[in-house]
Design a protein around this ligand. Structure first.
Ligand SMILES: OCN(O)CCCc1ccccc1
Ligand code: NI
Length: 187
């Protein structure tokens, strides 16, 4: 079972590598890895489990964060509506690829964090508002999803990890809260 001890932290060279594509058909090893990454996310969002296992809450995880330089990510974005507890997005993505994106950019008003970064790094992380992403699912089926806002931000954060990019690489060093015209701030 994955715990925080398995997550490498900034400074580890693997976080700056470009990860390798996963070979298809998916190996049992890669399928199990995806399942374990999803279980970690669900545990990290469960108050009891998170406390018991000392997990930081996470909505996404990329294999390089486990020192596994492969192009696979897991995302589990919980619902923000008590009426409808279905998660907004919950999937493992193998070889995800952003096919297209909006001209419109967004950022989270509260900035971003990362399970591989044990410090606050304030500032706006400007990303595409909408993306169309293709990927292979755990059944080896090719999928295509159009994502917007928070889900889009999370998937972009994870795909960045596959390319050796950390969220703070996007923050304006001179003025971390500088915003170009038209960038939407999501609170
Ligand atoms: O790479 C996963 N991760 O470090 C956990 C946090 C993910 C995340 C946090 C804020 C905005 C988008 C994504
Ligand atoms: Ni991260």
């Amino acid at each position: 079972m994955i715990t925080m001890d398995d997550i490498i932290r900034e400074g580890h060279p693997t976080l700056r590598e470009v990860a390798k594509e996963v070979s298809l058909p998916l190996s049992e090893e890669d399928i199990v890895l995806g399942e374990e990454m999803m279980t970690f996310l669900k545990n990290s969002q469960d108050p009891e489990k998170a406390e018991e296992l000392a997990l930081r809450g996470g909505v996404g995880l990329a294999a390089p964060q486990l020192n596994i330089s492969k192009r696979l990510i897991a995302v589990h974005v919980p619902s923000n509506d008590l009426e409808n507890p279905e998660p907004l997005l919950s999937t493992v993505m193998y070889n995800p690829k952003i096919l297209s994106h909006s001209v419109q950019d967004v950022c989270l008003g509260e900035g971003e964090g990362c399970l591989s970064v044990d410090r606050e790094v304030p500032g706006y992380v400007v990303r595409h508002s909408k993306i169309t992403v293709s990927y292979y699912d755990a059944a080896g089926e090719k999928q295509k999803k159009r994502l917007k806002d928070y889900e889009s931000i999370v998937v972009q954060h994870e795909i960045d990890h596959l390319n050796g990019i950390m969220f703070y690489d996007h923050i304006n060093e001179q003025n971390p809260f500088a915003l170009k015209d038209g960038v939407l701030v999501i609170e």
